[in-house]
Design a protein around this ligand. Structure first.
Ligand code: MG
Ligand code: ZN
Length: 220
């Protein structure tokens, strides 16, 4: 039997809504909506679009931006229980996030996930405007210009030894969803999995996922 391994998106998956979209809506720097449209229509790569959006914000807004996200983000029900389930069943759990370190790490802090199991983008506030850094950019196998390349993380767990499960909701999950054995999906990711005929189980809370796993969802 292959060993299950979980790769879980952050924005709109662990958190109730997408923190990048919600902070852009709130601070509303001119031009951000057009950049989002580019990302959604896939005419702009995620790396390019996210980089451009944050470059609209001055580095001096760091504390305001950070505080806004930390104060408004909510965690989806069942998240601590899923982490507990993974511990009990000795299943590795990775956060694979297209979000940014300055809000991903603090929001995850209460849950005790080891730092080497959290993948996200970085940030640099030393210049005039916010600069996003890409410590986990695509490798030679991925030409999607992901920013944080979920497929590169997933490919480190070969499919002959691992039953790979992706949990996600949207565009940052599209490339990874094509690689894995099973997708737990919400929102746009459910639509995309349906269109492409990828094996997926729609979920609303992490309790739904635990239920499915307990019913043998990961027997591989
Ligand atoms: Mg997401
Ligand atoms: Zn990639």
């Amino acid at each position: 039997m292959r060993k299950p391994v979980l790769f879980c998106d952050f924005d709109g998956t662990i958190t109730l809504s997408d923190n990048i979209v919600s902070l852009m809506k709130h601070f509303n720097p001119p031009g951000w909506e057009e950049i989002v449209r580019g990302i959604v229509s896939e005419t702009k790569s995620i790396r390019q679009g996210v980089g451009e959006m944050f470059a609209l914000l001055p580095s001096s807004s760091k504390e305001d931006v950070r505080r806004y996200v930390l104060e408004t983000a909510g965690i989806r029900p069942g998240f601590p229980e899923l982490l507990e389930w993974c511990k009990e069943h000795e299943v590795e759990f990775f956060v694979t996030s297209g979000g940014i370190d300055f809000f991903v790490y603090p929001l995850l802090e209460p849950f005790g996930i080891p730092a080497d199991h959290i993948y996200c983008n970085g940030s640099d506030f030393s210049g005039e405007n916010i600069r996003i850094t890409w410590p986990h950019a695509c490798d030679g196998e991925c030409s999607n210009d992901c920013g944080m390349c979920k497929t590169a993380v997933i490919r480190r767990f070969p499919s002959d030894r691992y039953y790979r499960i992706l949990i996600g909701d949207s565009i940052t999950d599209f490339a990874g969803a094509k690689l894995v054995d099973l997708v737990y999906s919400r929102s746009h990711l459910t639509e995309r999995c349906r269109e492409l005929g990828l094996p997926h189980v729609p979920f609303e809370t992490f309790h739904d996922i635990i239920r499915h796993l307990n019913e043998g969802g990961f027997e591989a």
